[in-house]
Ligand binder design. Structure first.
Ligand SMILES: [Zn+2]
Length: 113
């Protein structure tokens, strides 16, 4: 039994609403405990941006090597990443491939550049 929200007077917004916890309704509870944090528009994040771009570049190179038939370990050496990182890339690559193949029914594959 239980699990059904009980209507109570919320201590924050003073309205009778389904009670969540600590005398707060659901929306007040989430506002208090999970306050919205603005993500900002990129002030002072240059170092992060740079490394993210480098990571995307390495990921692209890794994909390219894998596409031409290199093993994960070979590709990791060529790109200059650890094999542990390479396997993480590989997992992401496989996830992306499966997402593509399920979302589209295109059997043509990739077009040539
Ligand atoms: Zn409330």
């Amino acid at each position: 039994m239980g699990g059904r929200p009980v209507n109570k007077l919320c201590i924050r917004c003073h309205r009778v609403r389904p009670h969540t916890a600590h005398g707060l309704c659901n929306s007040c509870y989430s506002t208090v405990h999970y306050p919205y944090e603005p993500t900002g528009t990129g002030s002072g994040g240059r170092g992060v941006e740079k490394s993210a771009a480098a990571l995307v570049g390495r990921l692209g190179d890794f994909h390219q090597y894998r596409r031409v038939g290199r093993t994960v370990v070979e590709a990791s050496r060529l790109v200059g990443i650890s094999s542990r990182t390479a396997w993480r890339y590989e997992a992401r690559r496989k996830a992306e491939i499966s997402t593509e193949s399920t979302s589209t029914t295109n059997d043509q594959g990739e077009t040539c550049d």
